[in-house]
Design a protein around this ligand. Sequence first.
Ligand code: TTP
Ligand code: MG
Length: 438
Amino acid sequence: MEYTPEHMSDRATVLHVDLDAFYVSMELRRRPELRGLPVVVAGGLGNRGVVNTASYEARRFGVRSAMPVSQARRLCPQAVFLESDYHYYSVASKQFHAILRDFSPLVEPAGADEAYMDVAGTEQLFGAAAEVAARIKARVNAEIGITASVGVSVNKLVSKVASDAGKPNGLVVVEAGTEAAFFAPRPIRELPMVGRRTAEVLTSLGIRTIGDIARTPEAALVAKFGKHGAELRQRALGIFDAPVVAQRGDAKSISRDITFDTDEPDGDRLRAVLRSQAERIAKELSTSGKAARTVSLRLRFPPFETLSRSFTPSVAVDVADEVYAHGVALFERAWAENDRRPVRLIGLGVHNIVERARQLRLGETLEADRLQDTVEALRDRYGGASVLRANELQRNPYRHRDGDYIPPFSAPKLDPAAAPDEEVREAIDGAHPPADWP
Ligand code: TTP
Ligand code: MG
């Protein structure tokens, strides 16, 4: 997209607020005797446990989120290992988002422990953005007992990088007009658009800093990354238009996953698990009157190779039938690409949750629910593709919303740079499950 000045606010009023080492900080709050020690919080402490987060002391030994607990124990045997207490953290997460909403109606949650907000127009009440940031930090500290880092700038992208740059307990303000200068010396991996594979390609071109990207001619980046090349360069200059969008502070995603005791080789059983996960997710959506824009699948192959794929259909989904249909389509393709190897973990999720605004679609009657049951029974018996709606024959589910085409199941692995949009690109790039997917 062509950059024009009106895309950018001329004042730094956008905050990104992120709690420091969130799960660990919560544990330290109730166990202050562990402060200063390497501490690892994991979902399960057995062989299949995965690290949720680690204290900064443990990170010094290389312990990272999403790492197997066994590996973390090898890297840092002296660490204190604790099992995650998700309920305890979710209470704090709600408190955190409530504090932010006290300062501005424009709060966009981006996960359990992070949010963007725009404080333009609140100066009369709370002072300049940097002052709001300081007040938020103080309230989080006083009321939740942990620290937050805040970035302040003209847009979400620069504020995100700024909050990371100041961690822990940071407050980094990037004054309007200094975005490119702030970015220039920073390593490419700090730019949110740059995943592992993109970084490899950039490094092979001799590009190490964000400033190096900004200095590279757009044509050279387009040659390597397709249309994302131009966008990459804009971002390297700190240009980003997406505004802060207010959202209610409730669930950002709903997901279910299961880790098998012995790796599961049977496709029918895997599909059955997906089916029951879809039902539980749809039930939760319907209880809260919500629908979801995006369906995600997560698969893990032994030992710890995890992939996630997501798809955003043109219409938000809300019934089990639809969640399952998209989930199983993602599964068939991802599983085939991985030689239908036995699966250790399978997870289904929905995110980009929106209010349900469902009206009967043209041609749909209340009988549709009963029809769906019948269709599902047939699919369960004869396989997911045995019954298709007529419109599914015409509408390829992998035609993405911007019109780009991703070939269906038998396709070779996608090149992240050639993928149709950032969401899919990230999913291919690796570990980007919904933000609050434990
Ligand atoms: P992050 O904000 O990514 O990490 P963090 O808060 O632990 O550390 P930082 O100071 O760098 O922000 O994630 C927030 C919480 O989400 C984290 O405490 C645990 C959970 N989480 C997982 O369970 N698995 C993951 O892979 C990641 C990245 C986070
Ligand atoms: Mg955090």
